[in-house]
Design a protein around this ligand. Structure first.
Ligand SMILES: [Zn+2]
Length: 423
C-alpha cells in the first residue's frame, strides 16, 4: 500500500515546517522537497503537536483517499481525527466516479477540548462573499483570517499578499477587529497540474485544487490559531449557491463536518445568490459611514474592472441602485462606455451556466429595481443585452482578428520552409 509519512514537524516561534516522505508511486504528486510550511502573526510554539498536525493531514488526506494509501502520523487531535470519516463520505457523494478509500494511521489520538472564549473567526479575502459573511456575523466580533498560500519553498515578497494584508488590516481597524495572517506554500507544495489532474481529472470531472484541495487547505491553516485563541467556530463564506450545484472542495457538506479541539466550522450564506449578497453589502454600507471596498479580482492587487468577475460585480451593484465607484471599482473615464466595451469583449468567454446563474439574475434585478437605478444610460443598454447573440458576435471578431493572422503566419512559415527546402 502506498503511504505518506509525516517525519518531522519543526516549530519555531510563529512558524511550523512539515517534512514528510512518500512512497515512490506517490512522489510524482509532490514537489521534490516534500515540505509544507505555515507562518502566522502569532507565536504557535506552545501548541500541541496533535493540533499542529491538522493542517498537514488536511492538505494531503484527499490524495490518500483517492489513491487508497496510508497516512502515518504520530499525534492527531481527536475531534479532527473523528470528523475525517464524515468528510470522506461527503467527497464520495460529490465524486461518485472515484473511490475514496485509504487509511489514517495515528499513534496517539489526543483529546484537546477547551471552553470557547471567542465566538467566531472568519476567513476574509475582502471579496463579496467574505464581506457578506462579515456583515451577517459582525455582532460576534469575528477575528478576520487572511491567507496567502502561493509561496514556494520560502516566503518571498508578493505584491498581491501585501495588498490583501493591508486591506484586511485596514478593514479590521475600521471595525475594531483583530487579524489572523497566514502565509504558506499549501497552494504549491503539491504538484497537481500535470500529475494528479492528469490521472484523476476525467473521473473527478474537476481539478485537484478546485474539487478536493482548496477548502481543506484554507480552513485547516486557520485551525492552530483557532485552537490557541479558543475560538468556537471558523466561518468560511460560500462562493456557490444551490442555484447551481457544482462539485467544489469548499461545500457545506464538507466544511460543516470539520471539527478541531472544541471548535467547529460553518460554511456561511450558501443559501444566497451572488446578487443577494450584493444586496446585503450595499444595504449595509448605505447605513454606515465607512468606506466600502469589494476586492474581487483573483490574485490581483486591485480590481481590474475588465474581467468577468469584476464586470458582474459592477453590474450587480448598479442593479441594486448604487454606484460601483463607491465600492472599490475605480473606472477612470466614462463608466457606461467602459462597461459596454469591456462586456462586449469579455462576453466571448462566458459559459451558458454563468449567463444563467449570474448575468440573467442581474438583468432581472435591474428590471425589478429600475426606478432606483442611478446609472440609467448603462441600465437601458444592459437590460436587453442578448448574451448568447453577443457572445457569437464577439467570438467571430476574436477569430478574425486573432486566429486568422496566426493561421496565415503558420501557412507562410510552412511555405517558406518548403521553398527553402526546394532550393
Ligand atoms: Zn477583474
Amino acid at each position: 500500500m502506498n503511504h505518506i509519512v509525516l517525519d518531522k514537524m519543526v516549530v519555531k516561534d510563529n512558524r511550523v515546517d512539515y517534512f514528510f516522505s512518500v512512497s515512490k508511486n506517490l512522489q510524482k504528486y509532490f514537489k521534490p522537497a516534500n515540505h509544507l510550511f505555515l507562518q502566522y502573526n502569532y507565536d504557535i510554539s506552545d501548541l500541541p503537536p496533535s493540533i499542529l498536525a491538522i493542517p498537514f493531514v488536511a492538505n494531503v488526506v484527499p490524495l490518500i483517499w483517492i489513491t487508497d494509501s496510508t497516512l502515518q502520523i504520530r499525534d492527531l487531535d481527536q475531534s479532527f481525527y473523528e470528523c475525517l470519516g464524515k468528510i470522506r463520505d461527503a467527497y464520495q457523494a460529490m465524486f461518485p466516479n472515484v473511490t475514496f478509500e485509504g487509511r489514517i494511521a495515528v499513534d496517539t489520538v489526543v483529546n484537546n477540548s477547551y471552553t470557547p472564549e471567542l465566538e467566531a473567526a472568519s476567513l476574509f479575502s475582502g471579496g463579496l462573499d467574505a464581506l457578506t459573511t462579515f456583515i451577517r456575523i459582525r455582532d460576534k466580533k469575528p477575528i478576520l483570517i487572511t491567507e496567502y498560500g502561493w509561496h514556494e519553498e520560502e516566503i518571498e515578497h508578493s505584491d498581491v499578499w501585501e495588498a490583501d494584508k493591508a486591506n484586511a488590516i485596514n478593514f479590521a481597524g475600521v471595525h475594531g477587529l483583530k487579524n489572523i495572517l497566514i502565509q504558506s506554500n499549501y497552494g504549491t507544495f503539491i504538484n497537481a497540474g500535470r500529475t494528479i489532474d492528469y490521472d484523476f481529472n476525467k473521473r473527478l470531472g474537476d481539478s485537484w485544487w478546485h474539487g478536493l484541495h482548496h477548502g481543506l487547505a484554507i480552513i485547516s491553516a486557520a485551525i492552530p490559531l483557532a485552537f490557541k485563541l479558543k475560538i468556537e467556530c471558523i466561518y468560511i463564506a460560500s462562493s456557490n449557491s444551490p442555484l447551481y450545484q457544482v462539485p467544489c472542495a469548499s461545500d457545506p457538506t464538507i466544511d460543516n463536518e470539520i471539527r478541531y479541539g472544541s471548535g467547529r466550522v460553518f460554511h456561511d450564506a450558501y443559501e444566497l445568490s451572488r446578487q443577494n449578497k450584493v444586496k446585503v453589502v450595499v444595504d449595509y454600507y448605505s447605513g454606515v459611514k465607512q468606506p466600502a471596498n469589494i476586492r474581487v479580482c483573483f490574485k490581483k492587487e486591485e480590481n481590474c474592472c475588465k474581467c468577468e468577475k469584476c464586470l458582474r460585480t459592477i453590474m450587480g451593484i448598479v442593479a441594486e441602485g448604487h454606484n460601483p465607484a463607491d465600492y472599490g471599482f475605480y473606472i477612470p473615464h466614462n463608466l457606461t462606455q467602459h462597461i459596454i466595451a469591456s462586456l462586449n469583449d469579455e462576453v466571448k468567454f462566458f459559459t451558458n451556466t454563468f449567463i444563467i446563474i449570474y448575468w440573467n439574475i442581474i438583468q432581472n434585478r435591474m428590471k425589478e429595481n429600475y426606478d432606483n437605478i442611478q446609472l440609467r444610460e448603462l441600465a437601458d443598454w444592459f437590460l436587453d443585452y442578448d448574451f448568447v447573440a453577443q457572445r457569437r458576435r464577439a467570438l467571430l471578431i476574436y477569430r478574425v482578428t486573432k486566429f486568422y493572422p496566426i493561421l496565415k503566419r503558420k501557412i507562410n512559415t510552412q511555405l517558406t520552409r518548403i521553398f527553402e527546402q526546394s532550393n
